[in-house]
Design a protein. Sequence first.
Length: 129
Amino acid sequence: MRKPLPTSDSPEGTSPASLPPFSVVRVPFPFSDRKAQKRRPALVLSCPLFQQGAGHLLLAMVTSAQQSSWPLDWSIQELAPTGLKQPCRIRLKIFTLDERLLLGRLGELAEVDREGVGRKVRDLLPWMG
């Protein structure tokens, strides 16, 4: 089994697969071996059981772009606990990422934002109830 990268606020050897849903993390973009990469925030949507079994995280995009929108965007209400430095929104452009590419954990969503994102996910996938 491969050794995962530690998160920025956890001890060496701690698996990023133990990240709870609604954690805000930093990931490389683009998600390939290109030399030029930017670090971007993302929101963890998957549960630790999935992460440990798959070795991947299910993530949603986090963006500071205010001039564009995407259906079901959620503007973050409480910025402080996220570790983000400027106003952002959760964009439900959902993707998976190999846990070994995770660059670190920034923070987590406050309860008001968890509830808001949860409603947006249920709007996206209404069969989830």
